[in-house]
Ligand binder design. Structure first.
Ligand SMILES: [Zn+2]
Length: 71
C-alpha cells in the first residue's frame, strides 16, 4: 500500500549557511540578503554605520614571500 502524502511544496527559502563578509565566519543566514552574522551586526561599528576602518591600502605592494619548494 503506497500512501502518497500530498505535501505542498511551499518552503519559504530555508536558511542557508553563508560566510560573513566581516568576520568571514560561516553563519546561518535567514535570507539571501543576510550576509552579516548576528555578532557582527550587533557590533557598535555596524550599528553606528561609521564604516569599517580597514587600512589595508598601503602603497607599494612589496611582499617578499620566498618560494619554499621542498622536494
Ligand atoms: Zn561576522
Amino acid at each position: 500500500m503506497t500512501t502518497e502524502i500530498d505535501a505542498p511544496e511551499q518552503e519559504p527559502a530555508p536558511p542557508k549557511i553563508r560566510t560573513c563578509l566581516r568576520c568571514q565566519a560561516p553563519f546561518e543566514s535567514a535570507w539571501a540578503g543576510e550576509r552579516i552574522c548576528k555578532p557582527c551586526k550587533s557590533t557598535h561599528a555596524w550599528r553606528s554605520g561609521e564604516g569599517v576602518r580597514t587600512v589595508s591600502n598601503r602603497a607599494g605592494g612589496g611582499s617578499s614571500s620566498g618560494k619554499s619548494s621542498g622536494s
